[in-house]
Design a protein around this ligand. Structure first.
Ligand SMILES: [Zn+2]
Length: 391
């Protein structure tokens, strides 16, 4: 049997046949926006990136690593036809940062240089919702008539109310109605409702951006209504390949400061020097009284007053491993420990209580197991910048 010397560039693994095979470690040398780019050739969600390098033939996944830890990573499946080049579509939810090309065997390239990513443009459809509009097209003989509408083009995981799809089925006596929620990126059905048929009535279904208990991945989704007439003839509000109608973008966080703000100077940064310690969060400056909302819903873990933090509240993000702390609030938050808060819900106002110079939100993000429970704070600025770009 021929013995191959291991090379520094490769990793060895056992093949199913028992012999050793050598997996080439992919290398990314350049990344540029190739198709569907924003002005100046910048990438945004939906753009296609051209990734050049070597060892890319076995790559089947590109990870957009964002800024802080794994919580803002976004993956996209790719199919490479070349060792030197692969195309990757930027998923909605990807934020600025390096990318990594990963093979089917899980071998990843070194992170690329950071790539700036702009948020996606809003879905191309009328904004007159929730007004219902008839489904265009010739219709199917013997099938019911459909009208549909969706109340927003932008939805957030764990928000209340969720994104709502309105519909009316009329004409030929409908015998069954199905509402499917489709992931526009791959056409898969994420959720299905089978409401009772009420011919001629306006009906609705709502979705909170969760699949079971888990948060659905950020991205574009669309509702599709299917109704069958008594003789089985079906009408559909959208075709499998068309996701523009009744579509919306799902985001995983909302920017918490709802007014004019700035991210301050060097002293506002995570890790900046403070007397006897380093700054554990980021300071977002805004006028006192500016509304503060929950960046992500969840369970209130603490609410209180502290000499340094002032009025503060800590929320254990539902479906995340992250705790979110908001400090120097103008007044105590109306939410008590144990209470349930939803994404985007008002939790207080910007203030300067405690040890604060100037009105600002001191915002902390903590990795599992959480805020002063053994977890560690991490720099929230990359996330804040991303959330600010879309909300
Ligand atoms: Zn601070």
């Amino acid at each position: 049997m021929l013995a191959l010397a291991p090379s520094a560039a490769g990793q060895s693994a056992k093949s199913p046949g028992g012999g050793a095979v050598y997996l080439t470690k992919p290398k990314v040398t350049s990344v540029s926006c190739f198709r569907g780019c924003a002005s100046g050739g910048r990438a945004r969600a939906g753009s296609t990136l051209k990734v050049l390098g070597s060892g890319l033939l076995a790559v089947n996944r590109v990870v957009f690593r964002g800024g802080a830890g794994a919580s803002d990573d976004a993956d996209v499946a790719v199919r490479s036809g070349s060792d030197a080049r692969v195309h990757a579509r930027v998923p909605v939810g990807a934020v600025s940062g390096p990318i990594t090309a990963v093979t089917a065997d899980g071998v990843g390239s070194k992170p690329s240089a950071p790539i700036p990513i702009l948020p996606a443009p809003p879905p191309p459809r009328p904004t007159r919702n929730p007004k219902l509009t008839p489904v265009p097209g010739a219709g199917v003989a013997g099938a019911p008539l459909l009208e549909t509408g969706t109340n927003t083009t932008k939805a957030y995981v764990d928000a209340r109310p969720g994104v709502t799809f309105w519909f009316r089925v009329s004409g030929t006596a409908p015998s069954s109605v199905t509402v499917d929620l489709l992931n526009a990126a791959d056409g898969t059905t994420v959720k299905t409702w089978s409401p009772q048929v009420v011919p001629g009535a306006v009906q609705s279904v709502s979705w909170s951006g969760r699949i079971g208990r888990a948060a659905a991945p950020p991205g574009r989704y669309s509702f599709r209504l299917t109704a069958a007439g008594a003789d089985g003839a079906q009408a559909r509000s959208a075709q499998t390949a068309g996701f523009d109608r009744d579509s919306f973008d799902l985001y995983d966080h909302v920017f918490p400061v709802r007014g004019r703000h700035d991210f301050g100077g060097a002293g506002s940064r995570f890790g900046a020097g403070r007397a006897g310690h380093s700054h554990q969060g980021h300071d977002v400056f805004a006028g006192c009284g500016t509304r503060l909302v929950a960046a992500r819903g969840g369970r209130v873990q603490y609410r209180g007053y502290h000499g340094a933090a002032g009025n503060y509240i800590v929320i254990d993000g539902a479906g995340t491993d992250v705790d979110y702390a908001y400090m120097h609030l103008a007044a105590p938050s109306p939410f008590a420990a144990g209470g349930r808060v939803y994404t985007g819900q008002l939790i207080g106002a910007v203030g300067e209580t405690g040890n604060a110079r100037g009105c600002h939100l001191h915002f902390e993000t903590w990795a599992a197991p959480g805020w002063y429970e053994g977890g560690k704070p991490f720099d929230p600025l990359p996330s804040l910048i991303a959330w600010d770009s879309w909300s």
